[in-house]
Design a protein around this ligand. Structure first.
Ligand code: NAD
Length: 296
């Protein structure tokens, strides 16, 4: 199995946020031809600029810090959620990113609001000097048996998890196409393939997000923009804390690796998809679930 993690190192950020374009090897170059020294994967993202939506908490925070530790400037957005002090969490995350020595921008911005997303993306480019990676991580769940789901619960989840990602992809498409470079990673879920009870809205939104991933990959591929999805199994975040304890215990039991993921397990794969090692991967879904879906 390919293990990229050992090649990641904690790097000091570069003084400049401009990165030289990748130089491809000539077609048909003989295998024996002298090869350049392998470049540490972290260096292929260093100096870039990433947006992580919903980056204040949980998985988004882990992804934001994973980028920052590899010298990537990071922008995060968030909305307040009931019974959770997301604004305070955002401040903590912003401080932790800044402590990595990279520029950071943090703002309240609802991905359901197309105009607000446009303004946020413009502000990121102005403040951080560019835009290279987008991680569509913002997501909500609002569970209920399908015969009881309210229109509001359906709409809120689809508007956030699917339409929100669409708004963000659309807002970054202009600059990414113009610079002929970009990486977009959408956070789907194992529930898109193997839904549990009472999550019709969530499962539908994540399955549709995978459809959006594939079609955006087709549209943006000619502009050298990769679009992929990561489908985590259960991850130890506040979202998971809302689930009944027996669901978590069953998840641990059913995953062939016998554990539930830490947010960093997913974050490292997100960052990997933004490295040059992943430059020929597009339109794919990387399932990161410890083997949870193997039995289905
Ligand atoms: N935790 C898991 O087990 C798990 C498993 C699979 C997939 N996921 C996905 O991972 C992502 C992150 O989940 P998490 O577990 O870190 O949960 P979380 O609730 O901690 O994080 C979600 C974040 O999204 C933000 N957000 C919500 N609605 C928003 C909106 N309209 N605009 C902007 N930001 C908004 C919130 O402010 C919050 O910070 C979600 O897309 C979720 O569906 C989580």
């Amino acid at each position: 199995m390919f293990n990229f993690e050992h090649r990641f190192e904690r790097l000091a950020p570069t003084s400049s946020w401009v990165v030289a374009p990748h130089e491809a090897a000539p077609i048909g170059a003989p295998a024996a031809q002298q090869r350049p020294q392998p470049q540490p994967l972290a260096e292929t993202v260093q100096g870039r600029v990433a947006i992580v939506t919903g980056g204040a908490t949980g998985l988004g925070r882990a992804a934001a810090l994973e980028f920052a530790q590899r010298g990537v400037a990071v922008a995060i957005n968030y909305v307040d959620l009931p019974e959770r002090d997301v604004a305070a969490q955002a401040l903590l995350t912003e401080t932790a990113i800044r402590a990595c020595g990279v520029p950071v921008y943090c703002a309240r911005c609802d991905v359901r609001d197309r105009d607000a997303v446009e303004l946020f993306v413009t502000a990121v480019r102005e403040r951080l000097g560019g835009l290279h990676f987008l991680v569509n991580n913002a997501g909500v769940a609002h569970d209920g048996a399908v015969w009881r789901l309210s229109s509001e619960a359906w709409q809120e989840v689809v508007d956030t998890n699917l339409t929100g990602a669409f708004h963000c992809i659309q807002a970054v498409s202009g600059p990414m196409r113009a610079q002929r470079f970009g990486k977009i990673v959408n956070i789907a879920s194992h529930q898109a393939f193997r839904p549990g009870f009472g999550i019709a809205n969530y499962a539908a939104s994540k399955a549709a997000l995978i459809g959006l991933t594939r079609s955006a990959a087709v549209d943006l591929g000619p502009s050298n923009v990769n679009v992929n999805a990561v489908a985590p199994g259960f991850v130890k975040t506040d979202l998971l804390a809302k689930l009944p304890r027996e669901v978590l215990e069953r998840a641990e039991h059913e995953a062939v690796l016998g554990r539930v993921a830490d947010p960093e397990d997913i974050a490292r794969v997100i960052v990997f998809l933004c490295t040059e090692a992943a430059r020929h991967i597009t339109g794919q879904v990387i399932v990161v679930d410890g083997g949870l879906t193997l039995g289905s």
